[in-house]
Design a binder for this molecule. Sequence first.
Ligand code: PEP
Length: 256
Amino acid sequence: MDKLNRKAVIAGNWKMNKTATEAKVLISELIPAVKDATCDVVICTPYTTLATAVEMTKGTNIKVGAENVHYEKSGAFTGEISADMLLDLGVEYVVIGHSERRQYFGETDQTVNKRTVAALNAGLKVILCVGESLQQREEGVTEELVRMQTKIALRGVTAEQMANVIIAYEPVWAIGTGKTATSEQAQEVCAQIRKVVGELYGEAVAKSTTIQYGGSMNAKNAEELVAKPDVDGGLIGGASLKAADFAVIVAAASNG
Ligand code: PEP
């Protein structure tokens, strides 16, 4: 029942794929393929593709997001991009704390928090990623770990700002591996995250927060995953690069 009151969001995370030229082809296929969606549809693209994506999706139901953002407003941070730069381009969303950033680029819970607060204060919508590694799951600390990541990431975020936060539960062992969490595992952890949001902000915010699952979600398994009561859509990597597959996932979330 609560699920009906929340907007499901399907967001594609293109990672480091597609030149701006290649993106034009994919976006022109995506626009007709997802036009009837009743869920929200977001494509998060590399920085070099954002201007093209914003331009091409004007007047459509596709929103555009970046894959990271720096927490400072401006200054001597060579190679970085600020929230204001993204907003000025017409970008609406940003992915923060993706496990690939945590794994390869020194992202910590503290920097995830700084980016989250800066992005929200500037007016971006945040897709905040949390999730355990295989070792952490096997050690039985998934709940503690995800609780901690969520709490630290949201430090300083107000209840009002939570309207602009989507949390993506992304078990690291399922990302890009073809190993999907079972729908029961996805439901269990998404429900735990909702509980943490409730402890921090109260029931009403918890009930209205969109919590996605991400990790090898595809055209075949999406329907079962997004049907779970606490799974409000998905963050999609590999399958977001094929318009037909992405459209099937969007359709599943539109019905789910
Ligand atoms: C992701 O990049 O967030 C992701 C979930 O990737 P994939 O769908 O390829 O596992």
